[in-house]
Design a protein around this ligand. Structure first.
Ligand SMILES: [Cu+2]
Length: 167
């Protein structure tokens, strides 16, 4: 009898600790839940253009940094995370392995800076359309971002001499 009681006690203790593990796991939001996105937009590109890009402001409401490790979209064959670097006065862009949003901070994806590159658009990306880009975070959680397509060719034209900057 004594042995059975001990076993029962052990099982009770085990289930309690299992419950507390489960509930603490539930209390942790996914990284996708901790990221708030404002002002997303994609860039209009003419038919036949090799690539477009999408931009947005990301806010991390958690107290740990969060990384976007990849992005997907049905509008283009390849989607890459990019940044721009100033190479002796020449702006160049390059692929990066992740985009980090600092703890309780923000990341700004904007022309000339960080952006999500939409390479080889399957159809022309035109002003007035809505484009969806899905972000994948380090913990595997995902967030779909629906964004309007905006044209800012005229703005680019005003950037004399720098209008060759490709996004
Ligand atoms: Cu790029």
């Amino acid at each position: 009898m004594k042995t059975i009681k001990t076993i029962q006690k052990t099982i009770t203790l085990l289930s309690f600790s299992l419950l507390s593990v489960l509930s603490s796991a539930n209390a942790l939001a996914s990284q996708a839940d901790d990221i708030e996105i404002t002002e997303p937009f994609a860039r209009e590109v003419p038919p036949g253009a090799p690539a477009s890009a999408s931009f947005m402001t990301l806010e991390n409401i958690s107290d740990a940094p969060i990384k976007i490790i990849s992005a997907q979209s049905a509008v283009s064959k390849v989607v890459e995370l990019h940044t721009h670097t100033n190479d002796n006065g020449v702006m160049r862009m390059r692929q990066i392995p992740f985009i980090e949003v600092p703890a309780n901070g923000m990341a700004f994806l904007k022309p000339g800076g960080l952006h999500i590159m939409l390479i080889e658009p399957i159809n022309p990306i035109k002003q007035g359309q809505t484009v969806s880009v899905t972000l994948t975070f380090e913990d595997g959680s995902q967030k779909q971002v629906d964004m309007p397509v905006k044209s800012f060719m005229s703005k680019m034209g005003q950037m004399n001499g720098h209008s060759k900057v490709a996004e």
